[in-house]
Design a protein around this ligand. Sequence first.
Ligand code: HMG
Ligand code: MG
Length: 311
Amino acid sequence: MPEKSFPTTVKIVEVGPRDGLQNEPTFVPTAMKVELIGRLVRAGVTTIEAAAFVSPKWVPQMADGFQVLREIDRHQGVVFSALVPNLKGLEAALEAKCDEVAVFAAASETFSQKNINCSIAESIDRFAPVLERALREGVRVRGYVSCVLGCPFDGEIDPHQVALVASGLYQMGCYEISLGDTIGTGTPLNARRMIEACAKDVPVSALAGHFHDTRGMAIANVYAALQSGIAIFDSSVSGIGGCPYSPGATGNVATEDVVYLCDELGLTTGVNLPALVEAGEFISTVLGRETSSRVARAMAARRARAASSHS
Ligand code: HMG
Ligand code: MG
């Protein structure tokens, strides 16, 4: 029986093709990105961050966003989105026929400078024409706030500062605000404190949790966020990823682990776990390393045991 305060349906925003692959040491070929996205769709994922229209000098791994969006099969009811830091990025995303775009700000001044080369206030000014133009084109805009539970440069971040940036983005017209624990320093108690500060200014139904798993706390933070009423989670298949401008940070919470947790809590995600695990195995093979998903590892070990007992 789910806890009384829990939502009954959870929206999964799969960020693996963007947050996951942006941090790879080598460029992942476009065909592999397209194949991964196809597998995620077949597993029932309905919101996929597929690309980032950022400077290829800053993030070369995302330079093929246009080709990725051109080559994927579009499906009724599946939303494909991309990060855009400015109007130039938005124009590219519109040309690539993105269903949605996302602007990304930070709660930390130093991270904002390192990631997008401007202050928090300048980033908000830069996003105003992006929102105006996107909304005019009928394209919804999501807003990210990074470093909500700590910054690799500035250390601790005041939850009120997070709430200020979150509500600024919401008031500008972002329909959903993703709260990013960029470096994975968060723990359930401070995650709840931060969410509760944001929920004073932004409806909790418009807040999303985006937890990186650097210290193994991400799934605990997802559970804590559920307890605070959050029903939207960003996650990355196989737990791939990290931010190139956040030294030491590892990937997002694995989508497989979030789906398993939701399944066990009786919360609907619409995602088929075995098919998702297969998508994770595909990208792990492409990247040449073991999955970071504990659930996927356990399922693979169980399959191997079953196969050996039948042979
Ligand atoms: P800048 O150097 O200040 O930009 O970078 P500029 O406006 O001075 O332009 C410099 C050059 O970049 C020009 O080209 C522009 O045309 C080009 P040049 O004349 O030198 O040939 N340029 C672009 N090219 C392609 N697409 C664009 C674009 N804009 C300018 N959109 C800028 C500022 C924002 C562009 C840069 O800092 C940038 O691209 N940053 C992106 C960094 C990034 O992608 N970080 C990772 C994503 S954020 C993240 O992972 C966190 C998140 O997951 C949440 C969490 O975990 O917390 C979302
Ligand atoms: Mg991230």
